[in-house]
Ligand binder design. Structure first.
Ligand code: PLP
Length: 386
Protein backbone atom coordinates (compact mmCIF):
# COMPACT_ATOMS: atom_id res chain seq x y z
CA UNK A 1 0.00 0.00 0.00
CA UNK A 2 1.29 3.44 -0.85
CA UNK A 3 1.70 6.06 1.86
CA UNK A 4 0.20 9.49 1.31
CA UNK A 5 1.87 11.63 3.94
CA UNK A 6 -0.06 14.81 4.67
CA UNK A 7 1.02 15.31 8.28
CA UNK A 8 3.99 17.59 7.70
CA UNK A 9 3.20 19.88 10.64
CA UNK A 10 3.82 16.84 12.85
CA UNK A 11 7.13 16.05 11.19
CA UNK A 12 8.69 16.04 7.74
CA UNK A 13 10.69 13.63 5.66
CA UNK A 14 14.45 14.22 5.80
CA UNK A 15 15.44 15.62 2.41
CA UNK A 16 17.80 13.16 0.62
CA UNK A 17 20.38 15.96 0.15
CA UNK A 18 20.24 16.63 3.89
CA UNK A 19 20.81 12.96 4.67
CA UNK A 20 23.73 12.74 2.27
CA UNK A 21 25.38 15.74 3.87
CA UNK A 22 24.96 14.20 7.33
CA UNK A 23 26.13 10.63 6.70
CA UNK A 24 29.92 11.10 6.99
CA UNK A 25 29.43 12.55 10.48
CA UNK A 26 28.08 9.22 11.72
CA UNK A 27 31.10 7.32 10.48
CA UNK A 28 34.53 8.58 9.51
CA UNK A 29 34.11 12.21 10.69
CA UNK A 30 33.30 11.60 14.34
CA UNK A 31 35.53 14.20 16.02
CA UNK A 32 34.41 16.50 18.81
CA UNK A 33 34.13 20.07 17.49
CA UNK A 34 35.64 21.38 20.74
CA UNK A 35 38.87 19.36 20.37
CA UNK A 36 42.17 21.11 19.77
CA UNK A 37 43.38 18.57 17.19
CA UNK A 38 42.57 19.14 13.57
CA UNK A 39 40.38 16.00 13.36
CA UNK A 40 37.91 17.75 15.69
CA UNK A 41 38.67 21.23 14.42
CA UNK A 42 37.45 20.23 10.97
CA UNK A 43 34.05 19.39 12.49
CA UNK A 44 34.04 22.78 14.21
CA UNK A 45 34.40 24.44 10.82
CA UNK A 46 31.41 22.47 9.49
CA UNK A 47 29.36 23.67 12.47
CA UNK A 48 30.30 27.24 11.64
CA UNK A 49 29.10 26.67 8.09
CA UNK A 50 25.81 25.21 9.35
CA UNK A 51 25.35 28.19 11.67
CA UNK A 52 25.81 30.55 8.73
CA UNK A 53 23.20 28.69 6.70
CA UNK A 54 20.65 28.70 9.52
CA UNK A 55 21.32 32.40 10.12
CA UNK A 56 20.68 33.11 6.43
CA UNK A 57 17.27 31.41 6.63
CA UNK A 58 16.08 34.05 9.10
CA UNK A 59 18.41 36.90 8.05
CA UNK A 60 20.27 36.85 11.38
CA UNK A 61 24.00 36.94 12.17
CA UNK A 62 25.61 33.53 12.80
CA UNK A 63 26.63 34.63 16.34
CA UNK A 64 22.93 35.01 17.16
CA UNK A 65 22.20 31.30 16.54
CA UNK A 66 22.24 28.75 19.38
CA UNK A 67 21.87 25.07 18.54
CA UNK A 68 19.50 23.18 20.86
CA UNK A 69 17.95 19.71 20.89
CA UNK A 70 14.47 20.66 19.58
CA UNK A 71 11.83 23.36 19.27
CA UNK A 72 10.57 22.58 22.76
CA UNK A 73 13.98 23.21 24.30
CA UNK A 74 14.29 26.48 22.38
CA UNK A 75 10.83 27.62 23.55
CA UNK A 76 11.48 26.62 27.17
CA UNK A 77 14.90 28.28 27.16
CA UNK A 78 13.51 31.58 25.86
CA UNK A 79 10.92 31.82 28.63
CA UNK A 80 13.19 30.58 31.43
CA UNK A 81 15.95 32.91 30.30
CA UNK A 82 13.62 35.92 30.43
CA UNK A 83 12.29 35.20 33.91
CA UNK A 84 15.81 34.61 35.21
CA UNK A 85 17.28 37.64 33.48
CA UNK A 86 14.54 39.87 34.94
CA UNK A 87 13.95 38.34 38.40
CA UNK A 88 11.72 41.19 39.58
CA UNK A 89 9.30 40.83 36.69
CA UNK A 90 6.72 38.21 37.63
CA UNK A 91 4.43 38.28 34.62
CA UNK A 92 4.53 36.58 31.23
CA UNK A 93 2.14 36.87 28.29
CA UNK A 94 1.43 34.26 25.66
CA UNK A 95 -1.64 33.06 23.75
CA UNK A 96 -4.33 30.46 24.29
CA UNK A 97 -3.31 28.65 21.13
CA UNK A 98 0.43 28.14 21.60
CA UNK A 99 2.11 24.78 21.23
CA UNK A 100 2.37 22.97 24.60
CA UNK A 101 6.10 23.87 24.69
CA UNK A 102 5.01 27.43 25.52
CA UNK A 103 1.48 26.93 26.85
CA UNK A 104 2.48 24.37 29.46
CA UNK A 105 5.51 26.43 30.43
CA UNK A 106 3.16 29.38 31.06
CA UNK A 107 0.93 27.16 33.18
CA UNK A 108 3.97 25.81 35.04
CA UNK A 109 5.14 29.34 35.86
CA UNK A 110 1.66 30.36 36.98
CA UNK A 111 1.82 27.54 39.57
CA UNK A 112 5.24 28.75 40.69
CA UNK A 113 4.90 32.37 41.69
CA UNK A 114 4.32 34.03 38.31
CA UNK A 115 1.28 35.49 36.63
CA UNK A 116 0.62 34.21 33.11
CA UNK A 117 -1.78 35.88 30.69
CA UNK A 118 -3.12 33.84 27.77
CA UNK A 119 -4.35 36.13 25.01
CA UNK A 120 -7.59 34.90 23.35
CA UNK A 121 -8.30 34.48 19.64
CA UNK A 122 -11.50 35.01 17.63
CA UNK A 123 -13.45 32.32 15.80
CA UNK A 124 -11.06 32.53 12.85
CA UNK A 125 -8.06 32.00 15.10
CA UNK A 126 -6.84 35.62 14.85
CA UNK A 127 -5.30 37.18 17.94
CA UNK A 128 -7.08 39.79 20.08
CA UNK A 129 -4.37 42.45 19.83
CA UNK A 130 -6.24 44.99 22.01
CA UNK A 131 -6.35 42.45 24.80
CA UNK A 132 -2.63 41.79 24.41
CA UNK A 133 -1.68 45.46 24.50
CA UNK A 134 -3.90 46.16 27.52
CA UNK A 135 -2.15 43.44 29.51
CA UNK A 136 1.39 44.78 28.98
CA UNK A 137 2.92 46.19 32.13
CA UNK A 138 6.27 47.01 33.73
CA UNK A 139 5.95 43.63 35.43
CA UNK A 140 5.97 41.74 32.10
CA UNK A 141 9.22 39.78 31.70
CA UNK A 142 8.44 38.41 28.24
CA UNK A 143 5.73 38.11 25.60
CA UNK A 144 5.80 34.90 23.57
CA UNK A 145 3.54 34.77 20.51
CA UNK A 146 3.86 32.11 17.84
CA UNK A 147 4.54 33.18 14.25
CA UNK A 148 2.06 30.65 12.87
CA UNK A 149 -0.23 28.14 14.49
CA UNK A 150 0.57 24.45 14.09
CA UNK A 151 -3.08 23.29 13.98
CA UNK A 152 -4.75 25.88 11.76
CA UNK A 153 -1.76 27.53 10.08
CA UNK A 154 -3.11 30.98 11.06
CA UNK A 155 -0.33 33.59 10.97
CA UNK A 156 -0.06 36.16 13.76
CA UNK A 157 0.95 39.82 13.21
CA UNK A 158 4.38 39.36 14.75
CA UNK A 159 5.90 42.36 13.01
CA UNK A 160 3.41 44.79 14.53
CA UNK A 161 3.68 43.12 17.93
CA UNK A 162 7.48 43.25 17.83
CA UNK A 163 7.40 47.00 17.14
CA UNK A 164 5.00 47.71 20.00
CA UNK A 165 7.09 45.62 22.40
CA UNK A 166 10.33 47.20 21.29
CA UNK A 167 8.88 50.65 22.05
CA UNK A 168 7.73 49.42 25.44
CA UNK A 169 11.10 47.80 26.19
CA UNK A 170 9.52 44.38 26.76
CA UNK A 171 11.26 41.20 25.63
CA UNK A 172 9.61 39.36 22.71
CA UNK A 173 9.95 35.72 21.72
CA UNK A 174 8.27 34.07 18.77
CA UNK A 175 7.91 30.38 18.06
CA UNK A 176 8.54 30.20 14.32
CA UNK A 177 8.73 26.40 14.25
CA UNK A 178 5.85 26.08 11.78
CA UNK A 179 6.51 29.28 9.85
CA UNK A 180 10.12 28.76 8.77
CA UNK A 181 10.54 27.48 5.26
CA UNK A 182 6.86 28.13 4.48
CA UNK A 183 6.71 31.92 4.70
CA UNK A 184 9.61 34.40 4.87
CA UNK A 185 10.98 34.69 8.40
CA UNK A 186 13.23 37.72 8.69
CA UNK A 187 14.45 39.05 12.01
CA UNK A 188 15.32 42.40 10.50
CA UNK A 189 11.61 42.95 9.75
CA UNK A 190 10.23 41.28 12.85
CA UNK A 191 12.19 42.77 15.70
CA UNK A 192 11.97 39.78 17.97
CA UNK A 193 14.54 39.27 20.72
CA UNK A 194 14.34 35.49 20.53
CA UNK A 195 12.95 33.02 17.99
CA UNK A 196 12.62 29.22 17.94
CA UNK A 197 13.02 26.80 15.04
CA UNK A 198 12.93 23.01 14.85
CA UNK A 199 14.86 20.83 12.40
CA UNK A 200 12.28 18.13 11.84
CA UNK A 201 9.67 20.59 10.53
CA UNK A 202 11.92 21.70 7.68
CA UNK A 203 13.16 18.36 6.31
CA UNK A 204 16.10 18.07 8.72
CA UNK A 205 16.15 15.25 11.30
CA UNK A 206 14.49 15.18 14.71
CA UNK A 207 16.57 16.18 17.71
CA UNK A 208 17.92 19.55 16.58
CA UNK A 209 16.49 22.99 17.19
CA UNK A 210 17.57 26.60 17.04
CA UNK A 211 17.18 29.48 19.41
CA UNK A 212 17.91 32.84 17.83
CA UNK A 213 18.96 35.40 20.45
CA UNK A 214 19.32 38.96 19.18
CA UNK A 215 22.71 40.53 19.94
CA UNK A 216 22.55 42.44 23.23
CA UNK A 217 19.58 40.49 24.66
CA UNK A 218 19.95 39.68 28.35
CA UNK A 219 20.21 35.90 28.39
CA UNK A 220 20.41 33.21 31.08
CA UNK A 221 21.28 29.69 29.87
CA UNK A 222 18.91 26.82 30.53
CA UNK A 223 21.44 24.02 29.96
CA UNK A 224 24.38 24.70 32.21
CA UNK A 225 27.52 22.88 31.19
CA UNK A 226 30.62 23.42 29.09
CA UNK A 227 31.61 26.31 26.92
CA UNK A 228 29.68 25.08 23.87
CA UNK A 229 27.52 27.68 22.11
CA UNK A 230 29.57 30.39 23.86
CA UNK A 231 28.31 29.12 27.22
CA UNK A 232 24.69 29.80 26.23
CA UNK A 233 23.86 26.08 25.89
CA UNK A 234 26.10 23.45 27.37
CA UNK A 235 26.42 19.96 25.92
CA UNK A 236 28.43 18.43 23.08
CA UNK A 237 26.79 19.39 19.83
CA UNK A 238 24.61 16.96 17.85
CA UNK A 239 27.02 17.37 14.98
CA UNK A 240 25.35 15.35 12.22
CA UNK A 241 21.91 16.82 12.88
CA UNK A 242 23.26 20.36 13.05
CA UNK A 243 24.96 19.86 9.69
CA UNK A 244 21.63 18.51 8.42
CA UNK A 245 19.86 21.56 9.81
CA UNK A 246 22.30 23.80 7.91
CA UNK A 247 21.57 22.02 4.62
CA UNK A 248 17.82 21.97 5.30
CA UNK A 249 17.88 25.73 5.94
CA UNK A 250 19.64 26.30 2.64
CA UNK A 251 17.00 24.17 0.86
CA UNK A 252 14.15 25.87 2.72
CA UNK A 253 15.24 29.21 1.26
CA UNK A 254 15.63 27.69 -2.18
CA UNK A 255 12.15 26.14 -2.13
CA UNK A 256 10.18 28.87 -0.35
CA UNK A 257 8.43 29.99 -3.54
CA UNK A 258 7.42 26.43 -4.27
CA UNK A 259 5.83 26.28 -0.80
CA UNK A 260 4.07 29.61 -1.31
CA UNK A 261 2.75 28.82 -4.78
CA UNK A 262 2.69 25.09 -5.57
CA UNK A 263 1.97 23.74 -2.09
CA UNK A 264 -0.70 26.41 -1.54
CA UNK A 265 -2.33 25.40 -4.85
CA UNK A 266 -2.49 21.76 -3.79
CA UNK A 267 -3.92 22.70 -0.40
CA UNK A 268 -6.53 24.98 -1.97
CA UNK A 269 -7.64 22.29 -4.40
CA UNK A 270 -7.91 19.75 -1.59
CA UNK A 271 -10.12 22.16 0.37
CA UNK A 272 -12.29 23.23 -2.55
CA UNK A 273 -12.97 19.68 -3.70
CA UNK A 274 -13.67 18.34 -0.22
CA UNK A 275 -16.04 21.22 0.53
CA UNK A 276 -17.83 20.58 -2.76
CA UNK A 277 -18.12 16.82 -2.25
CA UNK A 278 -18.83 16.54 1.46
CA UNK A 279 -21.78 18.50 2.90
CA UNK A 280 -21.65 20.09 6.38
CA UNK A 281 -17.91 20.67 6.19
CA UNK A 282 -16.11 23.81 7.37
CA UNK A 283 -12.57 25.17 7.34
CA UNK A 284 -11.19 26.18 10.73
CA UNK A 285 -8.95 29.24 10.70
CA UNK A 286 -8.66 32.40 8.65
CA UNK A 287 -8.42 31.22 5.03
CA UNK A 288 -6.82 34.51 3.94
CA UNK A 289 -4.10 34.47 6.54
CA UNK A 290 -2.57 31.03 6.77
CA UNK A 291 0.52 28.99 6.04
CA UNK A 292 0.42 27.69 2.48
CA UNK A 293 0.28 23.94 3.22
CA UNK A 294 -2.02 23.70 6.23
CA UNK A 295 -5.76 23.11 6.30
CA UNK A 296 -7.89 22.22 9.29
CA UNK A 297 -11.24 20.85 8.14
CA UNK A 298 -14.21 19.91 10.31
CA UNK A 299 -16.48 17.19 9.04
CA UNK A 300 -19.45 17.83 11.27
CA UNK A 301 -21.16 15.07 13.29
CA UNK A 302 -18.31 12.55 13.12
CA UNK A 303 -15.28 11.80 15.28
CA UNK A 304 -11.91 12.93 13.93
CA UNK A 305 -10.19 9.88 15.37
CA UNK A 306 -12.54 7.55 13.48
CA UNK A 307 -11.78 9.41 10.27
CA UNK A 308 -8.06 9.03 10.95
CA UNK A 309 -8.39 5.28 11.45
CA UNK A 310 -10.17 4.91 8.12
CA UNK A 311 -7.61 7.11 6.39
CA UNK A 312 -4.84 5.08 7.98
CA UNK A 313 -6.21 1.90 6.40
CA UNK A 314 -5.84 3.59 3.03
CA UNK A 315 -2.28 4.74 3.74
CA UNK A 316 -3.26 8.38 4.28
CA UNK A 317 -1.45 9.98 7.25
CA UNK A 318 -3.10 13.07 8.76
CA UNK A 319 -3.89 14.42 12.27
CA UNK A 320 -7.08 15.13 14.16
CA UNK A 321 -7.97 18.16 16.22
CA UNK A 322 -9.16 16.07 19.11
CA UNK A 323 -7.23 13.85 21.44
CA UNK A 324 -8.28 11.05 23.70
CA UNK A 325 -7.94 12.29 27.26
CA UNK A 326 -9.33 10.25 30.16
CA UNK A 327 -11.35 8.08 27.83
CA UNK A 328 -13.23 10.93 26.16
CA UNK A 329 -12.40 12.75 22.97
CA UNK A 330 -11.55 16.33 23.83
CA UNK A 331 -11.23 18.92 21.07
CA UNK A 332 -7.81 20.54 21.04
CA UNK A 333 -7.13 23.68 23.08
CA UNK A 334 -6.75 25.57 19.80
CA UNK A 335 -10.22 24.69 18.48
CA UNK A 336 -11.71 25.33 21.92
CA UNK A 337 -10.05 28.76 22.05
CA UNK A 338 -11.64 29.50 18.65
CA UNK A 339 -15.06 28.42 19.99
CA UNK A 340 -15.51 25.93 17.17
CA UNK A 341 -18.90 24.30 17.88
CA UNK A 342 -18.74 20.93 19.61
CA UNK A 343 -20.13 18.92 16.68
CA UNK A 344 -17.54 20.44 14.34
CA UNK A 345 -14.51 20.46 16.65
CA UNK A 346 -14.82 16.71 17.19
CA UNK A 347 -14.64 15.95 13.49
CA UNK A 348 -11.65 18.10 12.67
CA UNK A 349 -8.76 16.82 10.57
CA UNK A 350 -5.53 18.63 9.85
CA UNK A 351 -3.92 17.99 6.49
CA UNK A 352 -0.47 19.56 6.29
CA UNK A 353 1.32 19.41 2.96
CA UNK A 354 4.94 19.79 1.94
CA UNK A 355 6.92 20.18 -1.26
CA UNK A 356 6.90 16.38 -1.56
CA UNK A 357 3.14 16.09 -2.03
CA UNK A 358 1.76 15.59 -5.53
CA UNK A 359 -1.42 16.36 -7.41
CA UNK A 360 -2.14 12.59 -7.65
CA UNK A 361 -2.06 12.36 -3.85
CA UNK A 362 -4.65 15.11 -3.60
CA UNK A 363 -6.84 13.22 -6.12
CA UNK A 364 -6.50 10.10 -3.97
CA UNK A 365 -7.59 11.89 -0.77
CA UNK A 366 -10.47 13.62 -2.55
CA UNK A 367 -11.64 10.27 -3.91
CA UNK A 368 -11.39 8.39 -0.61
CA UNK A 369 -12.71 10.96 1.83
CA UNK A 370 -16.42 11.34 0.88
CA UNK A 371 -17.38 7.63 1.32
CA UNK A 372 -15.57 7.54 4.70
CA UNK A 373 -17.54 10.51 5.99
CA UNK A 374 -20.79 9.16 4.56
CA UNK A 375 -20.25 5.80 6.27
CA UNK A 376 -19.34 7.38 9.63
CA UNK A 377 -22.31 9.74 9.49
CA UNK A 378 -24.67 6.83 8.91
CA UNK A 379 -23.51 5.50 12.28
CA UNK A 380 -23.55 8.88 14.05
CA UNK A 381 -26.41 9.70 16.46
CA UNK A 382 -25.59 13.42 16.01
CA UNK A 383 -26.08 13.19 12.25
CA UNK A 384 -29.54 11.68 12.73
CA UNK A 385 -30.57 14.31 15.27
CA UNK A 386 -29.25 17.36 13.47
N1 PLP B 1 6.28 24.80 18.42
C1 PLP B 1 5.42 24.47 17.45
C2 PLP B 1 4.55 25.53 16.86
C3 PLP B 1 5.34 23.15 17.00
O1 PLP B 1 4.47 22.83 16.04
C4 PLP B 1 6.18 22.18 17.59
C5 PLP B 1 6.08 20.77 17.20
O2 PLP B 1 5.04 20.31 16.76
C6 PLP B 1 7.07 22.58 18.60
C7 PLP B 1 7.09 23.90 18.99
C8 PLP B 1 7.98 21.60 19.27
O3 PLP B 1 9.06 21.25 18.43
P1 PLP B 1 9.89 19.93 18.73
O4 PLP B 1 9.05 18.78 18.28
O5 PLP B 1 11.14 20.08 17.90
O6 PLP B 1 10.18 19.91 20.17
Amino acid sequence: MKTVYVDNNATTKVDPDVLEEMLPYFSELYGNPSSIHSFGGEIGRKLTEAREKVAALINASPEEIIFTSCGTESDNTAIMSAVQAFPFKKHIITTRVEHPAIKNMGEYLSRNGYRATFVPVDDKGNLDLDYLYKKLSDETAIVSIMWANNETGVIFPVQEISEVLQQRGILFHTDAVQAAGKVPVDVTDVKTDMLSLSGHKIHAPKGVGILYVRKGTKFAPHMIGGHQEKGMRGGTENVASIIGMGKASELALKYIDREKIEVAKLRDRLETELLAKVPETIINGDRDNRLPGTTNISFKYVEGESILLHLNELGICASSGSACTSGSLEPSHVLRAMSVPYTAAHGSIRFSLSRYNTSEEIDYIVEKMPPIIEKLREMSPFWEKR
